[in-house]
Design a binder for this molecule. Structure first.
Ligand SMILES: Nc1nc2c(c(=O)[nH]1)N[C@H]1C(S)=C(S)[C@@H](COP(=O)(O)OP(=O)(O)OC[C@H]3O[C@@H](n4cnc5c(=O)[nH]c(N)nc54)[C@H](O)[C@@H]3O)O[C@H]1N2
Ligand SMILES: Nc1nc2c(c(=O)[nH]1)N[C@H]1C(S)=C(S)[C@@H](COP(=O)(O)OP(=O)(O)OC[C@H]3O[C@@H](n4cnc5c(=O)[nH]c(N)nc54)[C@H](O)[C@@H]3O)O[C@H]1N2
Ligand code: SF4
Ligand SMILES: [Mo]
Length: 868
């Protein structure tokens, strides 16, 4: 099935460096795999590519060992034990591909005829290349249910939404080349994890060498903080309190903000009525601003930015109205540094200093010439990611942090907070791949390109859910807890979900470990009538499958777009380039392994949905003209990749060209990197659209007995506590959180012997970090075995590591370790399974974007005592 003729192991003294892409995390760094006589002996970074720029992390280098792991799946398996549970042995029996595909097809056909929505496809974020092959399959099959397991639910539900609404981008990063002052809120971009971690490493290191100050707000002094100018420890989950207090200082105490930017590039001057909505012009329906020259309310498009009022109160047809900025100013009044200190524990004096440094370093009003173009210069950036957004208050945490950028105009201009490639002039030879943010009727920004279910803005209409994860009701969400939560049946009943999920097709995700506590997820997995898992290993999740299919790994597989939509090659650096690498097979399948893309096409053919899959491929890859896939013709995945590449880069640059060259590059222009001054768009510092969204949601939910807390839908951000902040139980005095280990990716890499060996030598990878002083007060000794118990009595055990490098109230656990299954024997028993401390229900999910609350108030006891 797979054409591996050029990579077979037969030829002697065949010595080649093959350009391809890593997939040990989703960073997709470009690599060179050194293959000698059919064996990969070394993996290095590919210096020809901008994705990683020749750098690799330890995981990328160790990819060899994941490939050659003797525990890899090599044959399709069928379960013989009908019972599914944490303690059930599946009783695997080897079967042929034909037997496997026959049975899967029969099950899929049955469910499709009954109700296609009963199929849930779940895939891992780690293999970003899996998006299109599964998006096309679910579109043709007719199910809206695609899950990313713990992906997004833990990391992206706010990060992508906010980055999308405010930067037209999937993620944000400091402009490492020009930034002088970056403040990180729970993110490690460029220092061990995060988006484009590999690509960022050199940029971040060079920036530090150049003298960029880096302040890292984090309960733990781990990878980013250890390299920073300053570590700011804070109480877990309180980022909004710190950011809002900084904004208070800037607006109320220093009076330092970029009024011309706010007037021209945000909705700060839009007039707001007592109903919290825009005051619209009766003739045009456009939002109005107060025209200081004319002394009247006028549509925003008809007034010079400099004449738009940001402050004051005005009378429009007898109604008192206020510019959004004046409301923001008033709103921030209560967020004093003293208030911020109480919540975040960061001393008020430090909050004042940080705010002053940030505002001063922003050099409001300055410009700089880059490549002959004069551009705004704001060399500061406030950055956030998984740590600050993984809470009940997910959205407001991120909103408050990004507001710091917008207050000083540090958004997508030189030195500032940049989105990941939101604007592209396209491939110069044919202008394909061109996209640019553009305005809606209200002047607000719509991204030019996006990856999610729906654009972050404008927000979709909430409706009675058709998705089992309820995302079409919670329209500000991406990924969902409600496929696995304890209360999902109850929610499905209340929301009148017209069907129940029945079949799961899992690709790689280890949801049993990556989502939340294992009891809840195990119950959800066992409830599927039929489950298929396409995987590299028999993971804990895969043990719940009826049929297991052995996949090809990153050194064996193919992908025509390992870096599109350009989220892994960074905007930062004018010397940087647009870069399109591919992933190509370096080694053949072992045993009966088959590439998942081929398997999905084959299943499409067996189900008779190839024509719809072809159409979905045309749409997903934007294939045009001669490259459009026709009717129900059976294209191989090679042919599809070839069409994708020629469609974008011309007939002479198909798959063969890319297999030889590995990557194509072209230079970036200043207006592509620093696009904001060139796009006629505004972004909302006041989220007016939340008001109607809430009204519509409440109209659906309230009659069904579902209370949506309105405080999460206010147009201005605030600090809303996690349940852990409200816990009064005696003895529960620590906030447990997790963080990524630089040596591991999620739950995947503990099975890799090199990475496992390094992690065993590391004092943090497999232990529980507690502040040394706190530990001493509790009578804990370094290395002691302890129990960590959450409020509901869920417990995990592990060895404590006492350290100065953690907040006195924090309890930090690295990675997603603590495997218990036999299918990954090197990983088994290593490290601590943090997620057993996470409750998985309505109460612990953000009621606006469904982020799961990733902190737990815990009590710590010595394991020996507890065992008595
Ligand atoms: N405690 C804790 N929990 C977490 C996280 C954490 O850091 N700590 N991270 C959270 C985040 S942000 C995310 S995105 C999720 C991620 O959660 P998941 O997407 O479930 O990712 P992993 O846990 O890495 O599991 C990925 C599995 O995919 C399989 N796999 C890898 N490559 C391939 C391939 O090429 N083909 C196939 N078929 N399978 C493959 C491997 O078996 C691997 O075990 O976890 C979340 N949960
Ligand atoms: N090495 C490595 N790289 C990876 C991955 C991996 O597993 N390992 N996974 C990839 C994926 S899926 C993702 S989503 C990204 C995630 O990349 P990051 O966002 O960097 O993820 P984390 O390390 O989980 O969280 C960042 C920091 O937040 C801190 N933190 C925890 N709680 C809080 C809080 O309440 N407030 C603040 N301010 N900080 C807090 C943690 O201590 C940690 O230092 O990395 C990607 N790259
Ligand atoms: S950062 Fe991710 S993609 Fe890059 S080398 Fe490391 S594991 Fe591979
Ligand atoms: Mo993630």
């Amino acid at each position: 099935m797979n054409d591996m003729s050029d990579i077979g192991g037969k030829a002697s003294h065949n010595d080649k460096w093959v350009p391809t892409s890593c997939a040990l995390c989703y960073g997709s760094c470009s690599i060179l795999a050194h293959r000698v006589d059919g064996v990969v002996v070394k993996i290095e970074g590919n210096p020809e590519s901008s994705v990683g720029k020749g750098r690799l992390c330890g995981k990328g280098v160790s990819g060899i060992m994941t490939h050659y792991d003797p525990n890899r799946l090599t044959v399709p398996l069928r379960r013989t034990n009908p019972k599914k549970g944490l303690d059930e042995d599946p009783g695997w029996k080897e079967i042929t591909w034909d037997e496997a595909l026959d049975e899967i097809t029969a099950q899929l056909r049955r469910v499709r005829e009954d109700d296609p929505r009963k199929l849930v496809v779940q895939r891992t974020t780690t293999v970003s290349a899996s998006r299109i092959p599964f998006v096309t399959f679910i579109a043709a099959f007719g199910t809206p249910n695609m899950s990313m397991a713990g992906g997004g639910l833990h990391c992206g539900n706010a990060a992508h939404l906010l980055s999308g609404v405010m930067h037209a981008s999937w993620s944000i990063v400091p402009d490492f080349e020009y930034c002088n002052y970056a403040i990180y809120f729970g993110a490690s971009k460029g220092h061990g994890a995060g988006h484009a971690s590999g690509s960022n490493m050199k940029l971040a290191a060079d920036a530090r060498a150049r003298g960029m100050k880096m302040v890292v707000v984090d309960p733990m002094c781990n990878f980013a903080a250890a390299k920073a100018t300053e570590w700011v420890p804070l109480r877990v989950g309180t980022d909004a309190a710190l950011a809002l207090a900084m904004a208070h200082v800037m607006v109320h105490e220093l009076g330092m903000y970029d009024a011309p930017y706010l007037q021209a590039k945000t909705n700060a001057p839009y007039l707001i009525g007592p109903d919290k909505r825009y005051v619209r012009d009766p003739a045009t329906g456009k939002p109005t601003v107060w025209d200081l020259k004319a002394g009247a309310a006028r549509p925003f498009g008809e007034v010079e930015a400099a004449d738009m009022a940001l402050d004051g109160e005005y009378d429009v047809d007898g109604v008192r109205v206020t510019p959004a900025f004046a409301l923001l100013r008033e709103h921030l009044r209560k967020h004093t540094p003293e208030w911020g200190e109480k919540i975040s524990t960061v001393p008020a004096a430090n909050i004042r200093r940080l705010a002053r440094e940030f505002a001063q370093e922003a050099r409001i009003g300055s410009t700089i010439v880059v490549d002959g173009v004069t551009l705004p210069y704001r060399p500061v950036a406030a950055i956030a990611f998984r740590g600050s957004q993984g809470h009940m208050n997910s959205l407001y945490n991120f909103f408050a942090i990004d507001l710091l950028n917008h207050l000083v105009g540090a958004a997508d201009v030189v030195g500032s907070c940049l989105g990941f490639n939101p604007a592209s002039n396209g491939f110069p030879e044919n202008d394909r791949l061109a996209y640019m943010p553009y305005p809606d009727d209200d002047g607000l920004m719509i991204p030019g390109t996006w990856m999610g279910y729906h654009m972050p803005y404008p927000v979709a209409e909430p409706r009675l859910p058709q998705k089992a994860g309820l995302q079409d009701f919670f329209v500000m969400s991406l990924n969902t807890p409600y496929l696995d939560s304890d209360d999902r049946e109850e929610l499905w009943d209340k929301f009148e979900l017209p069907y129940r999920p029945e079949v799961m097709l899992n690709f790689g995700a280890n949801s049993l470990m990556s989502v939340g506590n294992r009891d809840a997820v195990a119950k959800a997995l066992a409830d599927y009538k039929f489950m298929v898992s396409i995987d590299l290993f028999e993971t804990e999740t895969t043990r719940f499958a009826d049929i297991v299919l052995p996949d090809c790994g990153h050194l064996q597989t193919l992908d025509s777009r390992s870096n599109y939509p350009f989220i892994f090659s960074l905007p930062a650096g004018m010397g940087s380039e647009w870069c399109w690498p591919i992933r190509q097979p370096v080694l053949p399948p072992v045993g009966e392994q088959r590439r998942f893309q081929d398997v999905m096409l084959e299943l499409g053919d067996r189900l008779g949905i190839r024509a719809d899959m072809n159409a979905a491929y045309n749409a997903a890859m934007n294939l045009e003209g001669a490259y459009r896939l026709q009717g129900d013709r059976k294209y191989s995945f090679e042919e599809i990749c070839d069409a994708d590449l020629k469609n974008n880069f011309g007939p002479e640059r198909g798959l063969e060209w890319f297999k030889e060259h590995g990557v194509i590059k072209w230079p970036k222009k200043p207006e592509e990197v620093y696009w904001r001054p060139f796009a006629d768009v505004r972004v909302p510092v006041y989220w007016e659209f939340l008001v109607p969204v809430f009204e519509k949601m409440d109209a659906i939910a309230a009659p069904r007995g579902i209370k949506i807390p309105p405080e999460y839908y206010e147009p201005l951000p605030d600090f809303l506590p996690c349940l852990s902040h409200c816990c009064q139980k005696p003895g529960f005095d620590l906030y447990a959180f997790y963080y990524r280990d630089v040596l591991h990716t999620n739950s995947f890499t503990m099975e890799n012997p090199w990475l496992d060996e390094a992690a065993q030598l590391d004092p943090f990878s497999y232990t529980i970090a507690i502040n040394a002083e706190t530990g001493r007060k509790k009578g804990l000794k370094d290395g002691a075995r302890i129990w960590v118990e959450n409020e509901k009595g869920r417990k995990v055990a592990g060895r404590v590591h006492l350290t100065e490098a953690i907040h006195p109230e924090g309890l930090g656990v690295a990675a997603c370790a603590g495997h218990w299954g036999d299918g990954m024997p090197i990983a088994k028993g290593k490290g601590v399974f943090f997620n057993d401390l996470l409750e998985l229900d309505w109460e612990h999910s953000s009621p606006i974007n469904l982020s799961l609350d990733l902190c737990a108030r815990v009590k710590v006891t010595l394991a020996e005592e507890n065992a008595k």
